[in-house]
Ligand binder design. Sequence first.
Ligand code: PGA
Length: 252
Amino acid sequence: MSRKKVIAGNWKMNTTPEEAAKLIAEIKPAADKSTADVVLCVPYIDLPAALEAAKGSKIGIGAENVHWAENGAYTGEISAPMLNALGVKYVIVGHSERRQYFGETDITVNKRTTAALAHGLTVLLCVGETLEQREQGITFDVIAIQLKIALSGVSAEALKNVIIAYEPVWAIGTGKTATAEQANEVNKFIRDTVASLYGAAAAEETIVQYGGSMNAKNAAELLAQPDVDGGLIGGASLKPADFAVILEAASK
Ligand code: PGA
């Protein structure tokens, strides 16, 4: 079967609302031309401006994180119902920067994932090994554990709203990309793990992206791999011309 491609931008801690609206206006033409689904995940404060700017285009807007509770004493956090109220459809969960700098664990990733899914959000679930783990030869073990814990309690029906992003930590923001073979190898392992949990048919339908220094130069080769169904793109998603090249590569 042929899965549709999903190209997502992760703007991280960049852009004011005004800058976000301008950037979306610049990305729109290429997004509308692409056959891929296009998602832009933006800082919380940019969400209203981004939703407004993306109106009438095929760009879906996402947040970069979500809390598991509906409301309460969680200073600095944002809940799924709050995202629902704005009309946000997507959310990144488990990004390695959250795990590395903000104490995110597999358990909290699972709590955020299940809460987001319960409120109808599509989750871009990030998994990936560090350089040390790759060198120790435990990449597959790490990915399997991250996936199995993150998806614990997620039904086969809810899995349809999960996009998995393989993001090797050593490739994020470093300019060091996984080779197309490395990306495909782990993406295939992810699909096999999903098959072991949900069956082969569900695994065949699951979108598995690659992320980590995907750019205008390497996107075509990465996206041509049979198990790479799209990309989660940081740096290059802030550059409309480069992002347009990636969107075009995903249309082939
Ligand atoms: P990068 O970021 O493309 O800048 O490496 C990817 C990500 O963190 O999602």
